[in-house]
Design a protein around this ligand. Structure first.
Ligand code: NAP
Length: 289
């Protein structure tokens, strides 16, 4: 029997979040403050350039200033460290976003340790990651996990006491998301590449978040008619199209709710980054007065 599956799209979530950001940017402008971010990009990776364009477009839409520091692939540790330190000291820069992973010759951990956590709008410094694990919401979260939470809240998906499975345990998505879900009082199970019989675990959950990076890996056996699924995966389907970790075409109509392969969580990420930029600006400028 086909089920009526709700398609969880990111667009209305973005519109809702943007409304709030615009009001806050206007308020800052009344005090002659314009939020400003620095984007640091090492090299010319196509995905980075694409994301950068989207950030800049959203910046201008929201009244935020965005500046890009483009560095050659062979930039040294010293040069990159100096750029981060200068941005830390520059009062007109409120947020710093650096594309990762960095090339292998750069020690990413050491670089991130240099970044002022108050300007770390991508939530990747040890201080901000530590806060997430402490359940302290005063810091900045990595954007994708936060986008998942905003989506769940927008669609009124209950988390308190719900059984949630997070598939994937990376430091960018799975682990911080688990902490954010715990903060919402969900009961969370994490699965990873060594998990045995993952489908027997996910199919019993109320909510499954897929973040494993394997094209269309999770088929019907991973879910039930009452499953709510957030698919974070962004993969190449081998035919030049983007697909998720979930086999969308075969699952749609067999589960309760599902995000589409494009236009889902990924749509919200940039807006989360810029919401955090505005929050950084609010916090830094209130500290200065
Ligand atoms: P990652 O660092 O490669 O981590 C993948 C995780 O999935 C690992 O924990 C791995 O387990 C687990 N895994 C791999 N194969 C598995 C399997 N067969 N069964 C169960 N678990 C398995 O990837 P990531 O950076 O977290 O990204 C995950 C996906 O999300 C990717 O498709 C990525 O493109 C996408 N993504 C999307 C956004 C967005 O904004 N939409 C942002 C970031 C990432 P082990 O730890 O055991 O290796």
């Amino acid at each position: 029997m086909p089920v009526e599956t709700v398609k969880l799209t990111g667009k209305p979530v973005v519109e809702h979040l943007r409304g709030n950001i615009k009001i806050r940017v206007e308020k800052l402008k009344e005090n002659n403050i314009v939020p400003r971010i620095l984007i640091i990009r090492v090299g010319n990776k196509e995905d980075d350039v694409f994301y950068e364009r989207s950030i800049l477009k959203n910046c201008s839409f929201l009244g935020i200033e965005g500046e890009v520091k483009e560095l050659t692939y062979n930039v040294s540790m010293e040069e990159l460290s100096k750029i981060i330190e200068d941005a830390n000291d520059d009062d007109s820069i409120h947020g710093i976003m650096m594309f990762r992973p960095l090339p292998e010759h750069l020690e990413e951990k050491k670089i991130l340790e240099k970044m002022n956590p108050k300007k770390d709008i991508d939530g990747m410094t040890p201080v901000n990651l530590g806060k997430i694990f402490e359940g302290d919401i005063s810091g900045f979260s990595p954007c994708t996990p936060k986008a998942v939470i905003e989506m769940l809240k927008y669609y009124d998906i209950p988390l308190q006491g719900s059984n949630v499975v997070v598939a994937g345990r990376s430091l960018v998505v799975g682990k911080p998301l688990t902490m954010l879900l715990l903060k919402e009082n969900a009961t969370v199970t994490i699965c990873h590449s060594k998990t045995k019989n993952m489908s027997s675990i996910t199919s019993k959950a109320d909510l499954v978040v897929a973040a494993i990076g394997k094209a269309k890996f999770m088929g019907q056996e991973y879910f039930s008619e009452s499953s709510i699924i957030i698919d974070v995966g962004v993969n190449d389907d081998g035919k030049g199209k983007i697909c998720g970790d979930v086999d969308y075409d075969n699952i749609f109509g067999k589960v309760k709710a599902l995000t589409p392969p494009t236009g889902g969580v990924g749509t919200i990420t940039t807006t989360i980054l810029l919401e955090q930029a505005v929050r950084a600006c609010e916090m830094i400028t209130s500290d200065q007065h």
